[in-house]
Write a protein that binds this ligand. Structure first.
Ligand SMILES: C[S@@+](CC[C@H](N)C(=O)[O-])C[C@H]1O[C@@H](n2cnc3c(N)ncnc32)[C@H](O)[C@@H]1O
Ligand SMILES: O=C(O)C(=O)C[C@]1(C(=O)O)C=C[C@@H](O)C=C1
Length: 243
């Protein structure tokens, strides 16, 4: 079951605990992410479009921090009959369990390997596409350079990384405005001020955003030849990095 409405922070919690991708979150995840991330459905659709454009025949495609496999399914659907193997990884056992059920329902299980594991410590096979769709932000900052470097090293010439992140802005006024606009988006999607504020507390020191410049510098340093911002809404962006 993962089709319930997100009401996790609707009532006052005595103590707001650190956000984690457990069973409670899995049950509401599709609703939570759609109402929390501006443009999420578009980003998923466009990951499919990017797969159709950049996935090379008979190569691996990675979905890292796959949650319920939305990006995996988009990539699999738009690369049918190309001989690609999809490797979807998440370190939440609850997510992986439910992702397995959902991917089986799409009939794509044969091409998809679902792995429970930490993407910050895994070795990558040669691949033509990797997706980090709102995952890097949850990985300890001191592990991010090494992860992106290992991914860049595993990516075939002409292959890509799609990196989507919540970002912060170096300028305090800009940061405050973009954060306020994101909260207005959440309010417009039915979240109350209490829900917004408790979720924000739960995400503190769990989701650690960096600036666009930080992301671009890391990607360039790792050896990506081209870096494009292809999606942006308020403090949410998605980058296309070409190897
Ligand atoms: C915001 S969700 C990603 C959404 C998903 N990519 C999508 O497009 O629907 C972040 C996911 O990253 C996973 N995650 C966080 N840290 C991870 C790590 N070190 N290794 C693997 N997965 C991780 C979480 O369990 C969670 O499922
Ligand atoms: O809800 C928020 O305020 C968020 O920052 C959104 C966000 C994300 O960017 O990953 C945070 C956690 C949930 O997984 C879903 C969405």
């Amino acid at each position: 079951m993962s089709d319930q409405q997100d009401r996790i922070y609707a009532t006052a919690h005595q103590q707001v605990t650190r956000f984690s991708f457990d069973d409670t979150v899995v049950r509401v995840f599709p609703d939570m992410i759609r109402r929390s991330v501006p443009g999420y459905p578009t980003i998923i659709d466009m990951i499919g479009v990017l797969a159709a454009r950049y996935a090379q025949p008979d190569t691996c495609l990675y979905d890292l921090g796959c949650s319920l496999g939305a990006a995996t399914t988009a990539m699999a659907t738009l690369t049918a009959d190309q001989g690609n193997r999809l490797i979807a990884v998440d370190n939440s056992a609850a997510m992986i369990r439910q992702a397995g059920t959902l991917i089986a329902e799409t009939g794509q299980s044969e091409r998809v390997s679902l792995l429970e594991g930490d993407v910050a410590s895994m070795d990558f096979e040669p691949c033509s596409m990797a997706v980090l769709n709102f995952t890097l932000q949850f990985i300890a900052p001191d592990k991010r350079d090494a992860l992106i470097q290992r991914l860049a090293d595993a990516t075939l010439p002409g292959g890509i990384l799609v990196l989507s992140e919540k970002i912060r802005f170096a300028d305090d006024a800009e940061n405050a405005l973009q954060t306020e606009l994101h909260h207005a988006f959440k309010r417009n999607n039915g979240y109350s001020d209490l829900e917004i504020s408790q979720k924000r507390t739960a995400l503190e020191n769990v989701l650690i955003p960096e600036t666009l410049a930080d992301h671009e510098a890391r990607l360039r340093q790792a050896g990506y030849r081209e870096i494009h911002v292809w999606f942006r809404c308020f403090n949410f962006i998605s980058l296309l990095a070409v190897r």
